[in-house]
Design a binder for this molecule. Structure first.
Ligand SMILES: [Ca+2]
Length: 120
């Protein structure tokens, strides 16, 4: 996909365009995000699975990272498409430090509860 004059309508499904426009992302922003998405998507299937994301970020596969990925994977398909990728990045990048800390704390608390419940 080049960065020529193609309109968003020609490239993305209508519901994706609505999402991107609500975030006020420009075509240029999307091209940059596509480049990053393409680097993460090692298999080239236009979907990112958890291992591809963790490999790109060079972080371990843990219950915490699995839970975070499941939040990115809005439709629970087991992978994130470009729309889910963009929306997830926007959500995390627009968090304040305090709200990001609360998010992480809540996830750890939920995971602790799940692990504790599975032991009993
Ligand atoms: Ca998905």
């Amino acid at each position: 996909m080049g960065c020529g004059g193609s309109s968003l309508v020609e490239i993305y499904p209508e519901e994706w365009i609505t999402s991107f426009e609500s975030l006020q992302l420009t075509r240029r922003d999307l091209v940059r995000l596509e480049r990053v998405f393409g680097k993460i998507d090692e298999s080239g299937d236009m979907k990112v699975d958890i291992q591809e994301l963790l490999d790109y970020l060079d972080i371990a596969h843990t219950p915490f990272t699995t839970k975070v990925f499941s939040i990115f994977d809005e439709d629970s398909s087991g992978h994130i498409d470009f729309r889910e990728f963009v929306l997830s990045l926007w959500n995390f990048c627009s968090c304040t430090d305090a709200s990001l800390a609360m998010f992480a704390f809540d996830l750890v608390r939920v995971l602790s509860f799940i692990n504790h419940s599975s032991i009993i």
